[in-house]
Design a protein around this ligand. Sequence first.
Ligand code: SF4
Length: 305
Amino acid sequence: MKVTAVTPRGYCKGVVRAINIVKKATKEVKPPIYILGMIVHNEYIVNALKNMGAITIEDSQKTRLELLDEVDEGTIIITAHGAGDNVKAKAEAKHLAIIDASCPDVIKTHELIKKYLDEGKDILYIGKNHHPEAEGALAISDRVHLIQSIDDIEKIDPNGDYVMTNQTTMSLYDVYTICEKAKQCLPHVTIAKETCNATKIRQEAIASLDDDIDLVIIVGDPRSNNTKKLASIAKTQAHKPTQMIESINDLDLTWLNEAHHVAVSSGASTPTSLTNQIIRFIEQYDPDDVTTHQKPAIQYEDILR
Ligand code: SF4
């Protein structure tokens, strides 16, 4: 079957960096080593790192600050999504060692927010409530206000002096729509878009898929914001039938029976081996030849490569 392996796709530099930091820590740091939340939003990576000795503390109902209550000794690793200074201060007060695997692009956004706060502006932060990256940005000051949709703009006092910025993994297209609405409603707003380059070029590649592609498969964890945004863009910008799956185990062969040309991409936190396995399988798949229908087993030893 014809397959387009969309490029770029998969691991971004921030994810590679975070995984390498954890792997290094498991070799050099005395246990226990705790990762505060999922290092990146991918269950396969979390399990592979656990096997190396780095324990992930995760509870979707708890903030990073609350998760720290579960750690009383050893080292904590801050994830690629970053964390507020309040998290670092609490860890220091508990005499925990801290390893910071925050993505440099997230740190850059925090610095931008602090600079504009110092200039007296309030921040309108486009992001997803309860996402760890948004949690870190909102912790900087109570003058950072979360904006999740254009409806939230209407609740903002139009007389204020604002800078509008965003979570790095938001959809370019959603951010554009919200910023345009802000420019209409708020006379004193400066726009400082912060979608990271890795997110931007992956989203642009999906938005400009070839016309004859009749199925898009996005590989990634359902908790990964950048993965969900890729799937959303494939539907709303490229107007393609789209399926989001975590691994080859979720691939429904009936989808392929209707398709002629399949595009495959993956979120920035998706292991390369999982995506490549799906690409290779679909390439050899023939609906009329049952010998091509047997799915291969996941190679767990390749997850961190
Ligand atoms: S998606 Fe962007 S911000 Fe997030 S880890 Fe990757 S490079 Fe960093």
